[in-house]
Every structure is written in C-alpha cells, then in structure tokens.
Design a protein around this ligand. Structure first.
Ligand code: AKB
Length: 315
C-alpha cells in the first residue's frame, strides 16, 4: 500500500482507519472521501473529497488523479437504516461496490471490502458459525453483504483484482458514533452509563452477538491487507470475532465499574428481528490459520478502555 483511497471515511470505521493509515503512510498518501463533510476533529489533517460512491466517473477520476493502488471501500448503509430504505440500500451498497471494483480493475488497485455477521441468516448455525456455510440473510443489508462477498470473489477470479475482506461483528468505538446499525446499543450504553447512570436498551437482555473493539477491527483490516497472497485460501469474507456477549452481560461488566448503573429493555421490533437472525458466535479459525488473526481486547478490557475514553469526551 503506497497511495490509499478510503470511501466512507467519515463513518465509524473510516474515521479511525484514516487516522491510523495517515500516521503510518503519511497524510498526503491517504485520500479520505465521504458523502458528508468531516467534523472539525476528523482524523489527522489531509486530503478530503466529497464523494457519492454511486458516481463511478468521479471515483475513477479520484483514483487516477492520485494514482491510488489500494481502496478501503467502507461506504454503505448499515442494517437498521437499510431496512427503512431498501432500494437505496441496494443502490449504495451494490452499485457503489461495483463502481469500486470496476475502478480497481482499470487502475489495478487492491480492495478491502467489509462484510458483516449480517451476511448470515436465521438458517445458518448460530453457534460456532463456520467460515463456509449456508448464507440466506433476511435483511436487505445482509443480501447486499453476501452479494458483495460473491462479487469480490468474482472480480478476483475473473479479472485478477486483489480483493480481500472480513465479516465484521458489531463494532464498538470510542471515536465516531455508529450510524444506523442493529448493534449500536453496545456504543450508546457507555454514553448513557456515564451521563445518566441508566440505559434503555433496544435489544432484549439475552440477545447474544459477536462484537469487536475498533482497534482490533482496524488491526484486522491492515493485517489482512498486508498478508502475502499465497497464504490466503479464502480471500474475502473471513469470519472474525473478538468477544460475544448479551446486553445483560455488557451491563453487568459496566456495573463492576459504575455500581449504580441500571438498564431497562424497551425492545425495538425491527432491530430485534435483525439481531435475532444473526450468529451468536462465529468460528474465526480460518482467519487465525491463514493470516494469524488474534484480537487484543476481550469484554473486560474493552469496557475499561471505553469508559475511560468516553468519560474524557463527556468532560
Ligand atoms: C449493523 O448492525 O448493521 C452493523 C453490522 C453488524 O454489520 N454493526
């Protein structure tokens, strides 16, 4: 990676990835692009462009102008918001990816594409979910994710584009807020715990899901992209997880540090239905074997770090 384009750079993963990549590769070598302007405290200073990934010509122009060799394609609608606008979700998630793949084919770029636990559905084994298994998601987000995985495989096989990707679990970050996902409770809870000592959770107490702290999510993407190609048997859509917990277990971990914290459950039927269709705990042995995936943060370490960082932000 010498010159990198990040789409969706102002989003939850993008904001932190842009900062880390700019620190490693130099600000001018990391081109941030998003459909919305960055906030004042965005990443490190560096080149930024407004970009709707559905505008293929503009994307192509950006990559050509900056001679990019790698694209981290993060722009997408997340699961809950996608259910409210399914046609738009298809348009952004699929046509955006197709434009990125076509641009990469023309300019010989490597691509990182984040898939998700959302690429699985209710018929998939939900415990120890295998790397290669049944994928019949029931959400439009999941349909775009599994289609994206297949499209990335296709571009690798037919055009030799170096596509790589991960199936991320719910991501927890102390920096940018998530935007419209079904796992957002696992971030909101920290702000509520510190500010109000109380949180109303939109998922039920026993909804168990895979999760990961953002520093591990960034490490995983960089490690995969830096792996020698001959090590990879799977290229796209590696299962990766770092921890698996329910809202009740997360609340109990927070209560060890904030004893008067309380939680109630006010279920949102849409997000509950989405989360209930996803795996509870994925098997990520392919990622561990093929490129040495190893998370650093478990539940306790993540909670400790989140509480410290969010407390500073709320001051
Ligand atoms: C979402 O909830 O949509 C995302 C995801 C698990 O892909 N956080």
């Amino acid at each position: 990676m010498k010159k990198i384009l990040i789409t969706g750079a102002t989003g939850q993963i993008g904001s932190e990835l842009t900062r880390v990549l700019r620190q490693s590769y130099g600000a001018d070598n990391v081109i941030a692009a998003s459909n919305r302007k960055p906030s004042a405290d965005f990443a490190e200073p560096g080149p930024f462009y407004l970009l709707d990934v559905r505008a293929g010509d503009r994307l192509d122009h950006l990559v050509a102008e900056h001679r990019c060799d790698t694209i981290f394609h993060l722009a997408a609608l997340l699961s809950a918001v996608a259910e409210t606008r399914p046609q738009e979700a298809w348009d952004i998630n699929m046509n955006g990816l197709l434009n990125v793949l076509e641009t990469a084919r023309k300019h010989r770029c490597a691509i990182f594409f984040p898939s998700s636990i959302g690429a699985f559905g209710p018929g998939t084994p939900s415990i120890d979910t295998p790397q290669d298994t049944l994928q019949r998601p029931t959400t439009i987000y999941g349909i775009t994710k599994v289609s994206g995985e297949l499209l990335c495989d296709y571009y690798y096989r037919h055009f030799g584009v170096d596509t790589r990707g991960l199936r991320y679990p719910g991501l927890i970050s102390s920096e940018a807020p998530p935007g419209g996902g079904s796992t957002d409770y696992a971030v909101e809870i920290f702000y509520a715990a510190l500010a109000a000592r109380h949180y109303d959770c939109f998922l039920s107490a026993d909804t168990q899901l895979d999760m990961m702290y953002m520093p591990d999510a960034i490490d995983a993407a960089l490690k995969l992209m830096n792996t020698a190609p001959d090590k990879l048997r799977h290229r796209n859509a590696f299962n990766v997880t770092a921890m698996s917990f329910t809202p009740a277990e997360l609340a109990a971990e927070i209560r060890k540090r904030i004893p008067d914290f309380t939680i109630d459950y006010r279920i949102d039927p849409v997000r509950q239905a989405i989360a209930s269709s996803w795996p509870r705990h994925m098997n990520d042995s392919a990622a561990r074997a093929e490129w040495d995936w190893q998370p650093r943060f478990d539940l306790a370490a993540m909670v400790e770090d989140m509480l410290q960082k969010i407390a500073v932000k709320l001051q």
